[in-house]
Write a new protein. Structure first.
Lengths: 251, 242
């Protein structure tokens, strides 16, 4: 059994996109260590509702680390201090009794705050819509061995496809760059025969959309890779650069 | 033009100019080492790199590289600050694999550029510049003209001054940090990287940066303490100093 802890919670409250936000402090008492971070916020919200106060708005959905909705910047790290885990997979046992825990929304011009801890991440959908798909007619389900793909290539494509599009890379980046996300989406297709057909068109369209939406320029600090809940590697960024340069030189 | 309009293109310009400047640093460092072994040999190189057409073309090329690298650095930083937004995190922690240098490339670069300014004043303004001015028919005094290829003397006199020696050491330290991130980062941006090569490029970058900086440092130290061939140069009292 995990111990119960009591701590101070500093949460960013902001009424709307244009409103000025500020931190508000809450005292949390006797929270069991096996409570997830989001469950802890649920407990707080229930208290706030009972006190006739506005509950804290935050994004969440599957609560098992695969949907990419939860998005809290906890104590200086996107998704908190745990590595390879989303906020919903973060448990209170990571914190000590008497700690002060600071919770902020993703901060990036590309992700404007909607309210409190919830940010608008439709920019990622727009990048995805620009080319993150295969549009050729692939026909019916082929025989499993019809197109041989090396094990290592398949693994690498799968590692890139593990990206859940949560935006932690942008939140972690001092440049507000979305390169890790875009490179993962480009890589998962560029590595496989079905995706190679449209590789050039795709990389140009997705990078152009990323630039248009005002994301920053990558300076290879590797903060994205360190904070990514799915441990997506920056070797994908190298692949994106390679694909992009090749495509532009072919023009 | 994709080299200025796309984010990847702008980074390609930074990488290519940066990599070219690393090659120049390697050459400059190797050339300097000659001054410790033979002052005449070093002066012969200075003569060779005086106001000849190829040296002038090279100098113009270098200046263009530095300007491009510098201007792009400012454009990129301004865009990145804008992309980051006006609202900063109250608490932020640097993850373990993020190097300090990688987050401070602009500041380090500014120190390097200021150092280049001082370096041009200490050496170039006394060597290639008067020769060019003389060729253009402007008046340059006879003592300066006689010494335009006397690089060894200028090394010995500049670094005999503790203030200059110290500034050059700081300059080199900033350059070392800049290179430790810059070298592998340029390969990453050019797409010549993967999970295996990232460790290799980082090692190559660190070794190359250290060799370059140590090579430069040896000459500063030799100039300050009067070691090697540089020790045999008779300095006029208070020649360059303070």
């Amino acid at each position: 059994m995990d111990k119960n802890i009591s701590f101070t919670l500093k949460v960013w409250r902001q009424r709307g996109p244009k409103a000025k936000g500020a931190f508000e402090t809450y005292q949390m008492k006797d929270i069991p260590g096996d409570t997830s971070f989001l469950e802890m916020l649920d407990i707080l919200n229930e208290q706030l509702v009972n006190e006739n106060k506005e509950p804290i708005v935050f994004d969440h959905d599957c609560r098992e680390g695969i949907c990419g909705m939860c998005s809290l910047y906890v104590n200086g790290h996107p998704h908190g201090p745990a590595t390879g885990a989303t906020t919903c997979q973060l448990y209170m046992r990571r914190f000590k009794d008497g700690d002060t825990i600071t919770v902020e929304p993703w901060r990036s011009a590309g992700f404007p705050v909607i309210r409190d801890l919830m940010v608008d991440r439709t920019a990622f959908d727009k990048i995805q819509q620009a080319g993150g798909y295969v549009s050729i007619n692939t026909g019916g389900m082929p025989d499993a061995n019809a197109i041989p793909i090396g094990k290592d290539v398949a693994e690498e494509a799968m590692d890139a496809a593990a990206c859940i599009g949560c935006g932690a890379c942008v939140a972690a980046c001092k440049n507000g760059s979305a390169m890790l996300f875009v490179s993962a989406k480009v890589s998962q297709f560029a590595l496989l025969p079905q995706g190679k057909v449209e590789a050039k068109k795709r990389v140009k369209a997705m990078v152009a959309k990323m630039d248009e939406l005002g994301f920053g320029n990558c300076t290879n600090t590797r903060a994205c890779e360190a904070e990514c809940p799915k441990c997506v590697s920056i070797s994908n960024i190298a692949r994106l650069n390679r694909e992009f340069i090749k495509a532009k030189l072919k023009d | 033009m994709w080299l200025s309009k796309s984010s990847v293109g702008r980074k390609v310009v930074m990488s290519v100019t940066g990599a070219a400047l690393v090659l120049f640093l390697l050459f400059h460092m190797s050339m300097n080492l000659v001054a410790i072994i033979s002052t005449d040999g070093y002066n012969a190189i200075c003569e060779f790199l005086g106001a000849n057409w190829y040296a002038l073309v090279g100098t113009a090329g270098l200046a263009a590289l530095v300007v491009l690298h510098f201007v792009y650095a400012f454009i990129l930083t301004l865009q990145n600050r804008k992309a980051r937004g006006s609202q900063r995190y109250a608490v932020s922690e640097r993850p373990k694999n993020v190097t300090w240098a990688s987050q401070n490339m602009l500041v380090l670069g500014i120190i390097v550029v200021l150092g280049i300014g001082l370096h041009l004043f200490n050496f170039w303004a006394k060597m290639q510049l008067p020769e060019v001015l003389h060729m253009m028919g402007m008046h340059v005094d006879a003592v300066t003209m006689e010494n335009v290829a006397n690089g060894s003397y200028y090394i010995a006199s500049t670094f005999s001054c503790p203030v200059y020696a110290a500034i050059y050491v700081i300059w080199l330290a900033a350059l070392w940090f800049h290179l430790t991130h810059g070298i592998w980062s340029s390969m990453q941006t050019l797409g010549v990287n993967n999970n295996v090569w990232i460790c290799r490029w980082k090692a190559i970058g660190n070794v190359l940066a250290t060799i370059i900086i140590l090579g430069f440092l040896v000459v500063v130290v030799a100039g300050y303490f009067g070691l090697g061939a540089l020790g045999k140069i008779a300095l006029e009292c208070g020649a360059a100093c303070c």
